[in-house]
Design a protein around this ligand. Structure first.
Ligand code: FES
Ligand SMILES: [Fe+2]
Length: 391
């Protein structure tokens, strides 16, 4: 695999991290260069995206043997496939002949035939067929399989990892897992996703906005008054080995909903306790997944940088299976979507302008409110990985 120099993370930039990982009362926001520089993104590709677990979607997207889809992460085209034994596998989509992508989109097949010269690969990436290569000297099919990625499933999400030696993901998410237990997410239903392309802000601006309780009933005044900033909670202390940053967001009444009625629209997940029906949770599993919960739905963003200042965001909602049996499910989904849209428009306006501000010569090293504890935790997750550039 090619490596990119990470020299952009020089002593000065690394030293700037010290004040971002302090206690929230003392900490400063990250150095603005980290949000705008192409070189920083190139460094992040090597230090984060090629090493960490990357969410690619829900396992239910490929329920049957042979089901597959492709996704590009940091310009790496990837295949995710359920093999004939039912095991989810992942591999590079880059043909090991002359680098075309062997497939694109989604489908169901027992093999992958590269359209260019018809090399054929198995569901495990092994090269099975390569026409007219019999005169080619020292050509051994075993040497030309599609490079594999590691795969792990957690709560119904598929994660892949370019680092085949990566430590398992699930143990590093245990600070948050109890908050998901009663949703039974592995058995819940995501009716589909949609993707917003080339949104004009850095991927970390997106992560921070998702996990920012400080703006809750400020930017979203009125529509989020039932879930106010001062009911933000950070119940589990940070642990440097953790891969999840999360917060709770309390409601002023039970079964709140992010729409103009301030109430749930879908069936509430039936196992939730009264306490769990009085809050949302918002979690980051960087560098791709943002996951949130509400009493009647979970929602996720898959963030994929397309440049230092642009991202694609694939968005999905997850419901209890009974919600989809409701004859009015589609109508309720429309209502629910319309509610969320208000938040999305306000957030998009803010994150677009934040990115513009970060390019300014007056971009700040700002200070945090106690309601922004999660940003400091995210900084710690990032700083640990940025600093690995120096070692
Ligand atoms: S590039 Fe795929 S078969 Fe030639
Ligand atoms: Fe928001």
């Amino acid at each position: 695999m090619k490596s990119t120099p990470v020299s952009i993370l020089n002593d000065e930039l690394l030293a700037s991290l010290d004040s971002s990982v302090a206690d929230v009362a003392d900490a400063k926001t990250l150095h603005p260069d980290l949000y705008v520089s192409p070189d920083v993104l190139a460094a992040e590709k090597e230090l984060l995206f090629m090493r960490e677990w990357l969410a690619v979607g829900r396992a239910e997207r490929i329920p049957n043997p042979g089901d597959w889809f492709t996704v590009d992460i940091m310009e790496e085209p990837i295949i995710v496939v359920r093999d004939k034994a039912g095991v989810v596998r992942s591999m590079s989509a880059v043909c090991q002949h002359r680098a075309m992508q062997v497939c694109e989109g989604e489908g169901n097949s027992s093999t992958f035939k590269c359209p260019y010269h018809h090399w054929i690969y198995g569901q495990d990436g092994r090269l099975l067929g390569s026409p007219a290569m019999e005169k080619t000297k020292d050509f051994n099919k075993a040497d030309f399989g599609l490079p594999p990625l590691a795969v792990e499933e957690w709560q119904g999400f598929i994660f892949v990892n370019f680092n085949l030696d990566a430590e398992p993901l699930a143990p590093t998410l245990e600070r948050y897992t109890p908050y998901l237990e009663n949703f039974d997410l592995a058995d819940a239903v995501c009716p589909g996703t949609f993707t917003l392309e080339n949104l004009p802000w850095n991927w970390k601006v997106m992560f921070e906005n998702f996990n920012d309780g400080y703006h809750a009933n400020r930017l979203h005044q009125f529509v989020q008054d039932f879930c106010p900033s001062d009911m933000s909670g950070f119940p589990v202390p940070w642990d440097d080995d953790s891969n999840v940053v999360f917060r709770t967001a309390g409601y002023t009444h039970i079964d709140g909903g992010f729409n103009a009625t301030h109430r749930v629209i879908m069936d509430v997940f039936p196992k939730l306790t009264e306490e769990e029906r009085m809050r949302s949770t918002f979690a980051l599993i960087p560098p791709v997944l943002c996951l949130g919960t509400a009493p009647d739905q979970c929602f996720f963003f898959l963030i994929r940088p397309t440049g230092p200042e642009t991202i694609d965001v694939e968005i999905g909602y997850i419901f209890h299976p009974s919600a989809l049996e409701d004859p009015l499910f589609e109508q309720k989904l429309t209502l629910s979507d319309a509610g969320v849209q208000v938040f999305v428009e306000q957030d998009q306006d803010a994150t677009t302008k934040v990115q513009k501000g970060l390019r300014s010569r007056y971009a700040p090293r700002g200070r945090y409110s106690w309601q922004e504890e999660s940003h400091v935790q995210f900084n710690r997750w990032l700083a640990k990985r940025y600093r690995s550039a120096a070692s």
